[in-house]
Design a protein around this ligand. Sequence first.
Ligand code: SAH
Ligand code: DHB
Ligand code: MG
Length: 223
Amino acid sequence: MGESQLWHAVDDYFAARLAPDDEALAAALRDSEAAGLPPIAVAPNQGKLLQLLARTQGARYILEIGTLGGYSTIWLARALPADGRLITLEYEPRHAEVATRNIGRAGLDRLVEVRVGPALESLPRLADENPPPFDLVFIDADKVNNPHYLEWALRLTRTGSLIVLDNVVRGGRVIDADSTAPDVLGTRAALDLIADHPRLTGTAVQTVGGKGYDGFALARVLE
Ligand code: SAH
Ligand code: DHB
Ligand code: MG
């Protein structure tokens, strides 16, 4: 077995043991695929990690940027108490439609609100509503805008909130010094912000397995 096959097999083993899917999660992936959405939802292990982080945060308010078919949304919303709330922002009406169905089937429609439109338009509107600070923000949309999303996350959170930034490795492209790819530059600018911003401290972790070689960054909001 080659190394990457082995990573895949271990990922499957951990997922089967620790992050097994159920009817609602399986149906969300199935219907997303049937509707032609790209197969880029978080891996089961990462979905479970998001849920654990939300629980660790004692999260009541969660913001997600980049809904796709609502797979990560379901993992996250299941960490919420009955009076919690998750707002998820999605550019593509078609994705939002599929997600809304998937979230409803998971019995989470009372906790989750899908807002359609470019996140950089939805975020100022959301801020104007003066919502309670979000305890966790999951940033997983167009990577070029990652620094902007991080700035908005800072405005919409509190001391102690957690920000998760997905796809910071992209097969190692993140350290390609010659890269002019907008997603790479956006992600690097976001990592620089985490490193240099006085109100952020964070780290990044590489992942292997079912979704290939990638990773995520975690940042805690400081006083
Ligand atoms: N979080 C999802 C995956 C999201 S994929 C999961 O793990 O299940 C990225 C999503 O971001 C796509 O659905 C894409 O349409 C959306 N997106 C891209 N650009 C966007 C923008 N400017 N504003 C909001 N959503 C955007
Ligand atoms: C892509 C986007 C994602 O959010 C992800 O987790 C994997 C891939 C993409 O745009 O290719
Ligand atoms: Mg992602």
